[in-house]
Design a protein around this ligand. Sequence first.
Ligand code: SIN
Length: 331
Amino acid sequence: MFKPIITFVGLLLALTATAVEAEPIVIKFSHVVAEDTPKGKGALLFKRLVEERLPGQVTVEVYPNSTLFGDNNELDALNNNEVQLLAPSLAKFEKYTKQVQVFDLPFLFDDLEAVNRFQKRAKGRQLLRSMEQENITGLAYWHNGMKQLSATKPLRMPTDAAGLAFRIQPSGVLESQFAQLGASTRKIPFGEAFGALQNGTVQGAENPWSNIYSKKMHTVQPYITETNHGVLDYMLVSNTRFWFGIPHRIRTELEGIIEEVTYEVNRAAEEANQADRERIRKAGTSEIIELTPEQREAWREAMRPVWKEFEPVIGADIIKAAQTVNRKQRH
Ligand code: SIN
């Protein structure tokens, strides 16, 4: 006669025990840069906020400096759910979408403010969803900063780069950008870039100040030209199936945290880059070359054919939308 009640109580106890004992969701966040960089700090802030606000429900493991996965395998690892969060540079998605290559076009954005405006507008936001078929969901854009050219010789005019080999990220746009200068390129993972510069496999590279400083590239590159010729930003991405499998309440909380972290990363990135520029200047290992407006215009003109070449694959509408975010309109 008491059997149904006992069964009901038993079920309740079993359910409670399951809830109490439920394993926390583990988010592995792998990246390739040092911790003291905009992305490195963003990953740590995400971990701190998640563990404060979702204790026992979500834990975050951060793996910096390519210690878990590097450029060559991190997106495959994301797809296999061996890692759940990445923030690759926007130049690293070419295999999955051609449209995101818009960010690699040289001299498209005047500054980081312009990049920010594009990322917030409809076309920019649309690109976050452009890889969902590939099981990649874009959650946010994180800034690093504008890229500078470093080399073993002074680069004042575009012709100075002819004959040099540059380390690049795996992007056809970047390959073409250097080809316009008569330079060759090697696609080398970020984790191996310092070694390739040190042993002379390549003589030059392009990176924001924070990446140059944190990976000590300035110690093997005696000249850095402040070109600000392109942007190196990130897309924070997750495995689509994993992300949308997270219970709605927890996912909403995580999305709120990402919004906060994104605000902080993007607020602090430019300042961090300028601080690293100053550290490099003080280290005295590299001459920092500032371009005159005429010299900068010459670089711009030399690299400009890349736009036409990539317009059919990126899309004229996307390039146009990106151009309109600059304060000074050019045609
Ligand atoms: C990064 O900032 O994530 C690396 C960029 C690069 O490969 O140059």
